[in-house]
Write a protein that binds this ligand. Structure first.
Ligand code: ADP
Length: 392
């Protein structure tokens, strides 16, 4: 067996290997839409491949000397490109540059160029080898993405501004409306007192009395709605509520909420479980009333099949503990905290129950402003227990 081939055969093999390597290189360049070039750094003679000329919008037989390349490059992109070439020659490292060119047909396109200098044995920069690629599509896609992002940012800013304006408007309107409504109710009460001293036929007195009672009840109702609206608006603009603290009997508050809601349902069995006759603590009674109403109405809304709703009131060493339990749809695991956030709702209720997800956020804010806490225990499909702790 011949271990060594004759020199001509080895040369042929080497040439064939070199041709294959060059062919592979050409194929890779073509597949990537790449052009290749070589710049003689002493004469600044530039040799470019067909692919490179295509990248520059030229025909294969066109000339592309270095001076033409620089002319085609947009003037504002030249300094950065020249600086990166200079840096590459100084450091001996490769460079990457992206620049725009004006093609002979006037079209502006983007080129990405990569290059690397090679040096003679004594360290003199000799040639620069590199590639070019037309990256216009990518640049346009990037610009389009930037434009869409900017549009989305502007739309979000605009929406936030509009929401803020709405909240400010709501706060001011509610504030302005409360004054005349309170004045009407005051006047109705005054007339009710005056009526007692007036000499009137019984029929007239009754009609006027009924009218004034109706006026007083309606304005009181409006005041409650306006107070709630004002709290929502304050919550929206992130301001704390102005609470009016006074001693209040939680047993009486809970009982009156239950009695108010009882007529609204005949499917539920609402019970009140407390060992206490009375349980006094210093709270803003209207706001705590609203918290209890909110928990009770949710307990009923989210147990559409009915069942037992239990309100319990107990004492712990430093807390009055009120809880509302139901046997309803419950809250999916992992969403027990989320439902206390504004406009967030359980994924099991969004399509089947009306609501906007603001009640619990407001209720928790009220409780926390009392230095208390509010949390929920729940199992989806089994029911929920909301517990409120208020300091005593
Ligand atoms: P809304 O009822 O308008 O959605 P809330 O803030 O009162 O707003 O409640 C927020 C979410 O908490 C509800 O959408 C629901 O997913 C969940 N939730 C509240 N109470 C109950 C309850 N008793 N049972 C099941 N889910 C409840």
């Amino acid at each position: 067996m011949k271990l060594h081939l004759p020199i001509e055969a080895r040369l042929r093999n080497a040439e064939s290997a070199l041709r294959k390597a060059q062919e592979r290189h050409r194929l890779a360049l073509r597949a990537g839409g790449l052009g290749s070039w070589e710049l003689d750094l002493s004469t600044m003679m530039l040799e470019t491949s067909e692919g490179c000329k295509v990248n520059f919008g030229l025909a294969p037989h066109d000339e592309l000397p270095y001076s033409r390349l620089m002319e085609m490059m947009l003037p504002e992109d030249r300094p950065a490109m020249q600086a990166s070439v200079k840096r590459a020659v100084e450091t001996g490292e490769g460079y990457q540059a992206e620049y725009r060119i004006r093609r002979p047909n006037g079209q502006i396109t983007w080129i990405a160029a990569y290059g690397r200098p090679f040096f003679t044995a004594d360290g003199t920069p000799e040639i620069m080898l590199g590639t070019t690629q037309d990256i216009t599509d990518r640049k346009h896609a990037e610009a389009e993405r930037e434009r869409l992002l900017a549009e989305a940012r502007a739309a979000r800013d605009e929406a936030e501004r509009a929401v803020h304006m709405r909240d400010v408007f709501l706060t001011l309107t509610v504030h302005d409306l409360r004054t005349p409504v309170t004045a009407i109710r005051g006047r109705a009460q005054l007339l009710q007192r005056r009526l007692v001293q007036m000499q009137l036929p019984a029929d007239d007195r009754q009609r006027i009395e009924e009218g004034l009672d109706w006026l007083e009840a309606s304005t009181t109702q409006m005041e409650v709605i306006l107070a709630e609206l004002q709290d929502v608006a304050l919550l929206e603009i992130g301001r704390p509520l102005e609470l009016k603290f006074a001693p209040a009997n939680l047993v009486a508050l809970a009982r009156s909420s239950i009695e108010q809601i009882r007529p609204q349902t005949d499917k539920h069995h609402i019970c009140f479980d407390t060992p206490h006759e009375q349980l006094y603590t210093t709270v803003d009674a209207n706001r705590i009333d609203r918290v209890i109403d909110n928990l009770l109405s949710n307990a009923i809304k989210y147990s559409p099949e009915g069942g037992r709703v239990t309100v319990s009131l107990a004492m712990e060493p430093e807390w009055a503990v009120l809880s509302v339990s139901d046997e309803g749809v419950g809250i999916p695991a992992g969403e027990h905290e989320l439902i206390f956030q504004r406009y967030r709702r359980g994924t099991n209720v969004t399509n089947s129950f009306e609501g906007i997800g603001i009640g619990l956020a407001g209720a928790r804010q009220i409780v926390e402003q009392h230095k208390g806490s509010m949390h929920v225990e729940s199992q989806e499909g089994k029911g929920s227990t909301f517990t409120v702790r208020l300091p005593v």
